[in-house]
Design a binder for this molecule. Structure first.
Ligand code: SF4
Length: 199
């Protein structure tokens, strides 16, 4: 499996914000969002048991890049984590479906739809363990308040998160994200790792 990095940290955003986890970052993505450095990341080929060996604690966040690009090995890896009693989370851009049988072994799947991509909101919104994380910002793939006002009302509110884009701790759009989340009755997510300059 192509792995960019594995590290232990605290989840800084979304429904598991503040919780410790081992992050398994898979290599490669099918999108090329402005400002994303995923294509710069080196990767190594690791066997599934050796990935499991590197997991600290009970929670694992599989992220990317786009993890579903390696769906066959990803499915096996999630089964392995599940059998080992791990709480598995996954972060995806939503452009590829995750099979029902795999999704059932996942505690939270966080779909972060990128504006302009084919992200299948209707498919994901029917899945109880799927949360949506929309990023407000000025990049071409980010959402504006106006576009979210149209998208969000058709989704399950308790599973929707609005978050500001930010690689710098100031996060200019954070207040806008907060106000919009309040107005729409959905969740606000901060980016704690960015605020605190952690990974
Ligand atoms: S979907 Fe995520 S990983 Fe892929 S290019 Fe966009 S921001 Fe980067």
């Amino acid at each position: 499996m192509r792995i960019a990095e594995i590290f232990y940290s605290i989840q800084g955003e979304g429904p598991a914000m503040g919780r410790p986890a081992t992050f398994v970052r898979l290599a490669g993505c099918n999108l090329s969002c402005e400002g994303c450095d995923t294509y710069l990341k080196q990767w190594q080929e690791l066997s599934l048991p050796s990935v499991l060996e590197r997991i600290e604690g009970k929670r694992v966040v599989v992220t990317g890049g786009e993890p579903t690009l390696q769906i066959s090995e990803l499915s096996e890896l999630i089964a392995l984590f599940h059998e080992a009693g791990k709480e598995v989370h996954i972060e995806t851009n939503g452009t590829n479906p995750i099979p029902e049988a795999v999704l059932r072994k996942i505690h939270y799947a966080v779909v972060s739809p990128k504006r302009g991509s084919d992200f299948h909101l209707a498919y994901w919104s029917g899945k109880e363990n799927v949360h949506f994380k929309f990023v407000i910002g000025r990049s071409s793939w980010c959402w504006t308040s106006r576009l979210l006002e149209e998208q969000v009302p058709s989704l399950p509110k308790e599973r929707v998160w609005i978050m500001a884009f930010g690689a710098d701790p100031e996060m200019r759009e954070a207040r806008e994200a907060w106000d919009l989340a309040l107005r729409l009755g959905v969740n606000y997510s901060d980016r704690l790792h960015i605020r605190l300059r952690r990974r």
